[in-house]
Design a protein around this ligand. Sequence first.
Ligand SMILES: [Zn+2]
Length: 286
Amino acid sequence: MRGRNRYKGRFYREPIRKRLPISYEKKFLKEKIASFFRPRSTKIAVASVGGICVLACVLVFFLAPLWSVPASAPQKSSEETSSQHEIVPTAATPEPTPVTDAKIIVLDAGHGGVQPGCVAGEILEKNITLEVTLQLESKLEEMGFSVVLTRDSDEDIELDERADIANRAEAECFVSLHCNWYEEDSSVSGLECYYFQAEESKRLAALIAESTDSESIHTRDIKEENFQVLRETKMPATLIEMGFMTNPEELELLTSDDYQEKLVSAIANGIQDMMEGAQPSMEEQE
Ligand SMILES: [Zn+2]
């Protein structure tokens, strides 16, 4: 081991000696490079370039904020600045107020899905009630009400769910639309508004009946009936039997666009009267 070390020691000593002249050469080279930078003109040039750089940095540091202020100021005032700025304006947000102020009306299209209601040949009650309900929805929305529907398509909704929808919506009033059926006498006709117990429900029924009557729609007296949707709703509620499907003339009217439009207008006006606190004048009819 030692012999090898000694040998190795000798072996290594040689290249070290050989490197010495190389380092001298390097020193010589360094000398030359240093002499290249030695002239005064080069030193001055280097110093002046450095000085300019430092000055530029200082100028940028101090002037950058001055430039950025006038650049951002017109952006805030200009109206054409797009999406990024439109999200921000929390200070000017009076827009949602009319939406929240809109009174909620729940419309309930009777039957649906596997429950056709009254059936007169190919005419199904569930289709008439949905047609009128959808038109009434548009009409009431035009008047500024917020409308919630228990159904907007041909689907079967349980009666308790219909009342729940109205209760959850905290609606101002609930209007259920149906068509009547009286097999014993096909001559019987006319629209009927039902209410249950509550005075406010009676007022709603009476105001709608008064409105349909004034629109020359054959209107019968308002009636009290323990219908589930009237019993379980917590707001003024009425159920409108729009006409008798057992009466051939009225059946034809119920499916006609003109008569449906007339019904929609009259019912909407009655609801509006209710919302404006009107009192019915024919309340005592019976
Ligand atoms: Zn019905």
